[in-house]
Design a protein around this ligand. Structure first.
Ligand SMILES: NC(=O)c1ccc[n+]([C@@H]2O[C@H](COP(=O)([O-])OP(=O)(O)OC[C@H]3O[C@@H](n4cnc5c(N)ncnc54)[C@H](O)[C@@H]3O)[C@@H](O)[C@H]2O)c1
Length: 364
């Protein structure tokens, strides 16, 4: 059985995915990490074969697919190298830190015997996928406009590269690329113009180049609007709120209200011709509202996702890697075309450009 190669295996995502896969009985994993301390630690703790480079791992092991979870600034170089081996490659978002990096990744995929998928797993996570199904069914008509409010709280002061402007262009590219991708997915339309705004920074340890309060406005080809409201300030760490066992909020069936009360919000609305589809991740619901007659809007249905684990519901990275393994083991194509992801990346990077210049950016 050919194996899954995880490069960047010693980081937060690499360790989480490895632990989750092995807990589910998937053991055919090979690791790569450039950090010598991480290598030494992992070698002493884990039976997983570990290498210092892709080339060494590829020479020594039978690899079926490569999962890249290295820092954002390395994605272009690591993906371009991985694609030279002619294998399926799943690369974590974002698709590069600059438009030319995204283009090089796309061109490397087009020239490869293998394929490239960017890890936009929000699309396929159950709550967001459900929004897509309802919109696509035209139950309340075609999509017109889309809105998202997302307040996850700050990155810690020791985030090694997320707070380094040389390694991260900003919160749009690092975090909001998922939302821009969802907007294009749900609207079934292309973004033609982007304008982004920032407020005054609030988190003291953020460098001035990394905005912590932003607004993104996306004009679609058919005239629709996408509005993305985001900050790193509203939400507090909900762990330890008196009388609440908040850690349970990450488990199936748990009460999400402590996190909501602490300011966490991940709420999307797709405004359609005859109603709205509202997805509230921390409330664990998808609601369909429908206009009745000429002057009334009614709740048509509330879909309850209470039994889902929070991470699976909106952020199913493990499910995406399991799907990737299924694809390379069975000779299947990528789940998302890299050209599709390229357009999400250009719109996301245009948001960063607009933040810097204060001017709108046209994409066509
Ligand atoms: N899809 C999602 O929802 C999601 C969520 C979180 C993080 N991410 C992405 O996952 C990636 C990893 O994030 P993280 O928080 O685990 O980062 P991290 O800094 O914790 O870990 C990165 C690891 O990669 C290793 N590394 C660095 N350069 C390397 C290279 N050239 N080759 C091999 N290994 C290398 C480091 O030593 C480290 O162990 C980022 O791109 C991030 O944007 C995606």
């Amino acid at each position: 059985m050919s194996k899954l190669l995880i490069t960047g295996i010693g980081g937060g995502v690499g360790l989480h995915i490895t632990k989750s896969l092995t807990e589910q009985g998937y053991m055919d994993i090979v690791g790569v990490d450039v950090n010598p301390e991480t290598q030494a630690r992992l070698k002493s703790e884990s039976p997983i074969p570990l290498y210092a480079s892709l080339a060494e791992a590829m020479a020594a092991e039978d690899i079926g697919g490569i999962y890249i979870c290295t820092p954002d600034a390395t994605h272009r170089d690591v993906a371009v190298e991985a694609l030279t081996y002619g294998l399926p490659v799943l690369c974590e978002k974002p698709m590069g830190n600059k438009p030319d990096e995204a283009r090089e990744m796309l061109e490397a995929a087009q020239a490869s015997q293998g394929w490239l998928q960017i890890a936009f797993e929000y699309r396929f996570s159950p709550a967001f996928w459900r929004v897509h199904e309802i919109v696509e069914s035209r139950e309340v008509g075609a999509p017109l406009n889309v809105f998202n409010e997302y307040t996850p709280g700050p990155w810690g002061p020791n985030a090694p590269w997320r707070l380094d402007p040389a390694k991260n262009p900003g919160v749009f590219n690092e975090k909001l690329c998922h939302i821009v991708d969802l907007f294009r997915f749900w609207m079934e339309d292309e973004i033609t113009q982007v304008q982004a705004f920032r407020g005054l920074n609030s988190v003291p340890w953020y460098p001035p180049e990394i905005a912590d309060n932003v607004l993104g406005v996306y004009r679609f080809r058919r005239g629709g609007l996408g509005i993305l409201v985001h900050n790193h300030v509203t939400a507090a760490d909900a762990q330890g709120m008196e009388g609440q066992v908040n850690v349970l909020s990450w488990t199936p069936g748990a009460d999400m209200f402590p996190f909501k009360q602490a300011g966490h919000s991940q709420r999307c609305v797709v405004i359609c011709e005859r109603g709205t589809v509202i997805c509230d991740i921390w409330g664990k619901t998808v609601v369909v509202n429908e206009r009745v007659g000429t002057d009334e809007m009614r709740v048509k249905r509330v879909e309850d996702f209470r039994e889902w684990c929070m991470l699976e519901l909106s952020h199913d990275m493990v499910g995406e890697v399991l799907d990737f393994i299924h694809r390379f083991e069975n000779g299947l194509p990528p789940r998302i075309d890299p050209e599709d992801s390229y357009h999400s990346s250009l719109a996301t990077l245009a948001s960063e450009e607009s933040l810097r210049s204060g001017a709108p950016v046209r994409l066509e």
